[in-house]
Design a protein around this ligand. Structure first.
Ligand SMILES: [Mn+2]
Length: 329
C-alpha cells in the first residue's frame, strides 16, 4: 500500500500532462477529489484536465464543474493526450464506459485511486492502483496526495476536498470509526470555504417536487421479513419530469435507512423498459456487495449498486430473498 502511494506520487511528479476522471454519474466524492487535484496540480504547473463520462448533477453547481470539466458524452471523438490518467472513486473500468476505451487508446499510464474493495467477480484492475478501503472518502486520499506533493491548500482545493469528505461520510455519519475525516475537515474549515453553504448545497436543496415524488415513492415501500428488509421503486421518467437528476433517487434509499427496524434495503430506479439501476444499503449486519457483484455491479460492503435487466417482480424477489438469506446467516 505504501509502495502504491509512493509510486503514485512519483508518477504524478514525472508526468507533464495529467487527465483526471471519475465514475459516470459522478457523486460529491469523486467530483470533489478530481477537482481538488485539478486545482492542486495547476499550482505545480502541470497540464491538467478533467474529463468525465457524463454531465454533473445540478446540486454540485457551486463548484462550477462545467467550467472545469470536459464531458465525453458531448465530445465522444475526443482523443486523449496525456502522460497520466488518474481515476477517482472506482476501480471498475465498466463505470467509465465509453471513456475508458479512449484512455486505453492513449499512451497514458492509468491509475485508479479508490476506497472501494477490488471486485471479486468483475474485471480486476490490471494496472497499478492505489486502493485504501479504510478511507472514508476518496477526498481523504486526494488530501494525502496533495500533502505528499507538498502543495499548500487554497480555497478551491479546500472547498472541493470538503465536498468529498462531507458527501461520502454523509456529514460525518459514516467515518469508519476513524478520526481522519474530522481531522482533515478541521484543517479545511480554517480556510474561508463557507462549510455551511456546502452542507446546504449537498443536503439541503430539497424542492417541493422532489418531496412530492419521494412521498409518493415512500408510500409504496414494500417490507419483507418483519420489516427488516425493504424494497422501493422509482422511475427515472418521474425524476426527469420533476426536473430532478437521476442521482436524486439515492436520497430515497438513504431516507429509508433511517427506519429503526430496517436492516437492508434495495432501490430500483427504472431507467428504461426492463432496465434498472439498483442501489443496495445495509446497516452493517449483512453485506450487500456480494449480491451487487453477482448482478454485475460493485461498490462498498454496505452500500453497493448494479445495473440490471429484467422484470421488476422477478428481480425484486431475487434480491430480497438474497438479503433475507444473508440476514439469517
Ligand atoms: Mn466514494
Amino acid at each position: 500500500m505504501k509502495f502504491a502511494f509512493e509510486n503514485l506520487l512519483l508518477s504524478i511528479q514525472d508526468a507533464q500532462s495529467i487527465v483526471l476522471s471519475t465514475h459516470r454519474q459522478c457523486d460529491g466524492d469523486g467530483l470533489g477529489a478530481e477537482m481538488a487535484l485539478f486545482h492542486a496540480l495547476k499550482q505545480i504547473k502541470k497540464k491538467v484536465k478533467i474529463i468525465n463520462v457524463d454531465k454533473t448533477a445540478k446540486k454540485y453547481r457551486f463548484l462550477s464543474p462545467d467550467e472545469h470539466i470536459l464531458y465525453f458524452e458531448e465530445h465522444p471523438d475526443t482523443v486523449i493526450q496525456a502522460d497520466l490518467v488518474l481515476i477517482f472513486d472506482t476501480n471498475d473500468e465498466r463505470l467509465l464506459k465509453p471513456l475508458y476505451g479512449a484512455f486505453l487508446k492513449s499512451q497514458a499510464k492509468i491509475i485508479f485511486i479508490d476506497h472501494h474493495p477490488r471486485l471479486q467477480l468483475g474485471p480486476a484492475p490490471t494496472i497499478p492502483s492505489w486502493i485504501d478501503t479504510s478511507a472514508a472518502s476518496t477526498g481523504e486520499m486526494a488530501y494525502r496526495i496533495i500533502k505528499g506533493l507538498q502543495i499548500p491548500l487554497d480555497v478551491d482545493i479546500a472547498r472541493a476536498l470538503y465536498t468529498s469528505i462531507t458527501f461520502d461520510t454523509q456529514l460525518f455519519r459514516y467515518i469508519r470509526n476513524s478520526p481522519v475525516s474530522h481531522e482533515i475537515a478541521a484543517e479545511l474549515v480554517r480556510l474561508p470555504i463557507q462549510p455551511q453553504v456546502i452542507h446546504k448545497h449537498l443536503f439541503g436543496e430539497q424542492t417541493v417536487s422532489k418531496m412530492k415524488l419521494l412521498a409518493q415513492a415512500l408510500g409504496q415501500i414494500e417490507y419483507f421479513d418483519d420489516g427488516r428488509v425493504a424494497s422501493l421503486k422509482l422511475h427515472s421518467e418521474d425524476l426527469r419530469k420533476n426536473n430532478l437528476d437521476p442521482d436524486d433517487a439515492r436520497d430515497g434509499i438513504d431516507f429509508l435507512m433511517n427506519i429503526d427496524m430496517l436492516e437492508a434495503a434495495v432501490l430500483f430506479r427504472e431507467d428504461g423498459p426492463s432496465l434498472y439501476k439498483l442501489s443496495l444499503r445495509s446497516k452493517g449486519r449483512l453485506e450487500v456487495l456480494d449480491i451487487a457483484e453477482t448482478l454485475g455491479g460493485g461498490g462498498h460492503l454496505y452500500a453497493s449498486g448494479a445495473q440490471v435487466k429484467g422484470k421488476y417482480e422477478t428481480l425484486r424477489d431475487q434480491v430480497v430473498a438474497h438479503l433475507i438469506r444473508s440476514l439469517n446467516k
